[in-house]
Write a protein that binds this ligand. Structure first.
Ligand SMILES: O=P(O)(O)OC[C@H]1O[C@](O)(CO)[C@@H](O)[C@@H]1O
Ligand SMILES: O=C[C@H](O)[C@H](O)COP(=O)(O)O
Length: 948
């Protein structure tokens, strides 16, 4: 075709620049784009989220770069998308640059749209526009900003910054007027500052076809219903959009004549040209070049989709159409109004729908990028497989769609408390960015690791409770002792026998003590510190402080103690992270490095999961949301017993998970009740109150677990299977489960970051130890029955429900209260050692198999800082047996205190019991006198008979 009869090239004579409403990597790379510039007089390119979704979300154009980035970097999906989009935009700007030069900056632009998620965020849009402008760093770039009421001020600001802007999603004349005003004010502000305004280019993208699509639909519906104004309505089909656009152009001409504009023009300002967008014909009844043919006029742009571009080249009709029949256009609009077509309503709806459809397209785009990224990371990222019964699946899908539509993942990352209860949640989200922060400062930790090694410690004894001990315990149990480094022991009990066992297990003179407490005020770490400091002093003398480090939040009581006692080091936690979310902060990392673990690579492993759960990762591809919605929805439909099955090599992850789930969600009469370490049974022993979470170490799975899980899936139980390809991936799971817990808490409608009911038993315990300090003994208590070595305690309410006087009878009547959907909690204040763990395990399985209910096997006082919150504050579906004993070892005194470890343990058990009873729980306490071993055996046997 010769240049002379190419309608696209003819447009120039009428003052209109044809741009292309399309971008695609291969199109730029293979020279197709350049061909349009050279042969058709193409003068610009526009993109939008839907265009990028088509380009990047499908096909293979980007696979090479995807692969390269996914393998070389740990990055989030938004960054990945943006890196590729920026490369595309930049490549296109290079092709269009000669046009920019030739037209002296009037044309030759390529547009990149800000995130559609920011359409209602003035400052967010300003920041994003500035960021993208800088990142692309090309003179012929335009940043696209939507014309929402919130973004009009952003446009003004960004223009005054000197950034080129393409205003998008303009539908109404009023919105256009506001945008042109913002442009002028932006220029005026810049001019006033004495800065150059001549290089700023801007277009106002006025959407066309979408208006006809919507109005035509209204017309067709009315006509179909036999509207009496049938023919007048039909006459308006395909007319309103063009008429509306013509009116916008009239306004433009008006403003250009104004003195205000002339002043700016004299200073070199370029007009903000109207750009006709949405010019692909959607109704096949219309000529395919309709929205180009009819809108040709000076100082305008038409961004044309590829098919329309080809059609126009072939048979477009070029004439000065834009200023033709303006009166008729006015009449079209007046007729439409008369006929009850509400243009304002239409344009308002279109703006809203436009924002939301670009957000949907962006979700789809990020979803497909995320799915490719997940696939390309292969075994580096833990997998998740979800098997749900159909009714639950439907609800989980709906919850996931709600999370997508409402942009809740982004809200979590924006630390928006409205995701939960609108309380103080935003103050507790420091765990979201702790991995990045710790990685930035990893050299501090690595230096400490070197020092620990150099000092030649044999053991590390960590003293802490709950969040301060359970993460380190996972590390100790999962990774074992590292060559050349001390062995990590974690003590989270004050029972005298347990304290002694640990004291005997370490060489006090060669032990590094880590005293770990966020608040610094928790009773157990304080008394344990007092005890071991004195004990070590006997061996180390004045140098004792050099064997102690503290991990605590800034300004805590523990910090003061550590300073006074000349601790070797004090590591700080972050106040915006609660104990159970603290494992990836210094609370987990300090013991990790001391024990010789490769902290940098572990943090990077965790970071991979953090990035996979990032703000941009849509729910369906977000590993944390996937798990969290199953858990949260499970609770809302009565499946609140989260049964954690972990491969043997990573079994202890369950102990950490218990605290995370129970303390986060067990409150306000609701709970996810963690059921940890309950050996899998036949499907027949499970009710409808469970969700199973199988955390499977793919490199070392357990065949029996695999088989049992398969059966559960076949039986229709909900099962989430998480695959860790490497033992180090427990660090990924730390983050995934934190995120999932936050999501579940949101679905449950609770504040996932407080623990309101833990304090209650602490208060009771304190009252008891105070009483001891005053009187030298704990207040008297009276059993309601005794049987040999056993005494039984409970409150009046429970007493009334119990019958019998013997061990067998009392247990029988207590457990006869268990019904389907309940769980049984055995709360044993005895040393947590192998024989006792076996004892409790054996017992709980007997209860589970007979009563067909979930069981929790817990040791006091450790569970008080973990599942204790849910037992007291959560749903009233627990039936508890508290087991206490006379201390079989001699009691141990605490330096500086009147009370002993034994007294503290007894006071804690009583405090715990009192709160359970106050909260209306079904609870019985059995106290064993004399020999513990035989007492436990008898109790076990009696209980097995009682539950039969
Ligand atoms: O680290 P701290 O402040 O000593 O607290 C230990 C544990 O106690 C709790 O506050 C519950 O009592 C947990 O949330 C926390 O992990
Ligand atoms: O700037 C371009 C617009 O995003 C595009 O023209 C919208 O076109 P559509 O209405 O065909 O989606």
């Amino acid at each position: 075709m010769s240049a002379g009869n190419n309608p696209l090239k003819e447009l120039e004579k009428f003052g209109q620049s044809p741009w292309l409403d399309f971008i695609q990597r291969s199109y730029t790379e293979n020279g197709s784009l350049k061909k349009l510039v050279d042969e058709d007089g193409l003068k610009g390119v526009t993109s939008n989220p839907a265009i990028f979704e088509k380009a990047m979300g499908h096909g293979t154009d980007y696979d090479g770069q995807f692969k390269q980035i996914a393998q070389a970097q740990i990055t989030d999906v938004s960054t990945l998308y943006e890196t590729m989009a920026i490369d595309d935009i930049r490549a296109a700007t290079k092709v269009l640059f000669p046009v920019w030069e030739k037209t002296k900056g009037k044309d030759g632009y390529v547009s990149l749209e800000v995130s559609p998620y920011l359409a209602n965020d003035t400052q967010g849009t300003i920041d994003e526009a500035r960021r993208l402008w800088k990142a692309v760093n090309e003179k012929n770039l335009m940043i696209k900003i939507p014309a929402t009421p919130e973004c009009v001020p952003s446009i003004q600001q960004v223009i005054s910054d000197g950034i080129n802007v393409n205003v998008t999603l303009l539908f109404s004349l009023d919105a256009y007027k506001a945008v042109l005003e913002a442009y002028i004010q932006g220029l005026e502000a810049r001019h006033k500052k004495g800065e150059d305004i001549s290089h700023i280019a801007s277009v106002a993208s006025f959407f066309v076809s979408r208006i006809d699509t919507m109005i035509d639909k209204q017309i067709d519906e009315r006509v179909a219903k036999g509207d009496k104004e049938n023919s007048q309505l039909k006459a308006l089909r395909g007319k309103v959009a063009i008429a509306n656009a013509k009116m916008a152009y009239q306004h433009y001409l008006e403003v250009m004549k104004s003195d205000r504009w002339k002043t700016l023009a004299q200073a070199g300002a370029q007009p903000q040209r109207l750009l006709w967008a949405s010019t692909g014909v959607k109704d096949k009844a219309y000529p395919d070049t309709l929205y180009v043919d009819e809108l040709i006029g000076p100082e305008t742009v038409n961004t044309i989709p590829p098919a329309t571009f080809d059609a126009f080249r072939d048979h477009g009709k070029v004439r000065a159409s834009l200023t033709e029949n303006v009166e008729e256009a006015k009449k079209v609009l007046a007729d439409a109004a008369k006929l009850g077509i509400n243009l304002k309503q239409v344009t308002d709806t279109l703006l809203e729908a436009g924002v939301s459809s670009f957000a949907d397209a962006f979700d789809a785009l990020l979803g497909s990028v995320a799915s490719k990224q997940i696939a390309l990371q292969g075994e580096k990222l833990d997998g998740i497989k979800i098997d749900l019964p159909a009714d639950m699946k439907e609800k989980v899908d709906a919850a996931m769609e709600d999370w997508r539509k409402a942009g809740k993942v982004r809200k979590v990352w924006a630390k928006d408390a409205s995701v939960w209860t609108g309380d103080d949640e935003s103050k507790w989200l420091g765990w979201l960015d702790i991995i990045d922060e710790r990685l930035e400062n990893v050299s501090e930790l690595e230096a400490f690791q070197k020092d620990v090694k150099a000092k030649g410690f044999k053991d590390i004894l960590l003293l802490g409770m709950g969040g301060s001990s359970l993460g380190p315990e996972v590390l100790a149990e999962t990774f074992g002792q590292q060559a050349g480094f001390p062995k990590l022991h974690v003590l989270d009990s004050i029972l005298p026998s347990q304290v002694k066992t640990f004291e005997n297990a370490v060489d006090l003179g060669k032990t590094l003590f880590i005293v770990s407490s966020k608040s610094g005020g928790t009773l157990e770490p304080n008394v344990l510190k007092a005890y071991f400091y004195e004990a070590a002093k006997k061996v180390l003398g004045d140098k004792v402080g050099e064997h102690f480090v503290a991990v605590t939040d800034p300004g805590s009581h523990m910090e003061e103690v550590a300073k006074k006692d000349k601790f070797w080091k004090i590591f700080h936690g972050r106040k915006e992270i609660g104990g159970r979310y603290s494992v990836l902060s210094n609370f987990g990392l300090v013991p990790a490095v001391a024990a010789g673990l490769p902290v940098k690579s572990l943090l990077q492993t965790a970071q991979r999961m953090e990035k996979a759960c990032s703000a941009g990762a849509p729910p369906l591809y977000n590993p944390g949301v996937l798990l969290g919605t199953v858990l949260g929805v499970g609770q809302t439909i009565g499946r609140n017993k989260v049964t954690i099955i972990a491969s043997p090599a990573i079994y202890d992850l369950g102990a950490w998970l218990e605290q995370l789930l129970a303390e986060s969600t067990g409150k306000e009469g609701k709970a996810l009740v963690p059921i940890d370490d309950e050996t899998l049974g036949d499907p027949a022993v499970y009710g409808k109150d469970r969700v199973f979470a199988y955390v499977r170490l793919a490199s070392k799975p357990d065949a029996a677990q695999d088989k049992a899980i398969e059966k559960l899936i076949a039986a229709g139980q909900p099962v989430v299977t998480i695959s860790l390809n490497d033992i180090e991936h427990v660090f990924q799971e730390f983050f995934r489960w934190e995120f999932a817990t936050a999501v579940a808490g949101s679905i449950m409608g609770i504040n996932a970051f407080n623990q309101p009911d833990v304090e209650a038993s602490k208060v009771k315990t304190r009252a008891l130890t105070d009483a001891y300090n005053q009187t030298g003994k704990l207040p008297d208590e009276k059993p309601f029955a005794t049987d040999g070595d056993f005494s039984f305690f409970t409150d009046e309410r429970n007493r009334k429900e119990l019958s019998g006087n013997s061990l067998a009878e009392i247990l029988k009547s207590h457990f006869s209260r268990v019904k389907a959907g309940d769980y049984v909690g055995i709360l044993a204040y005895i040393e947590r050692n192998m024989p006792h763990r076996k004892w409790i395990q054996d017992l709980r399985l007997a209860v589970r198999d007979s009563k067909k209910v979930a069981t929790a096997a817990e040791f006091g006082p450790r569970f008080l800082h973990s599942t204790g919150q849910a037992y007291k504050g959560g749903s009233n579906d627990g039936v508890f047996l508290q087991v206490t004993s006379d201390n079989s070892h001699a009691d141990v005194s605490i330096p500086g205190e009147k009370y002993t470890f034994g007294v503290v343990g007894a006071a804690q058990a009583r405090g715990d019991f009192d709160v359970l009873s106050e909260r209306g729980r079904r609870v019985l306490r059995v106290h064993i006198q004399g020999d513990l071993k035989s007492g436990l055996e008898k109790l076990g046997n009696a209980m097995k008979s009682a539950v039969k």
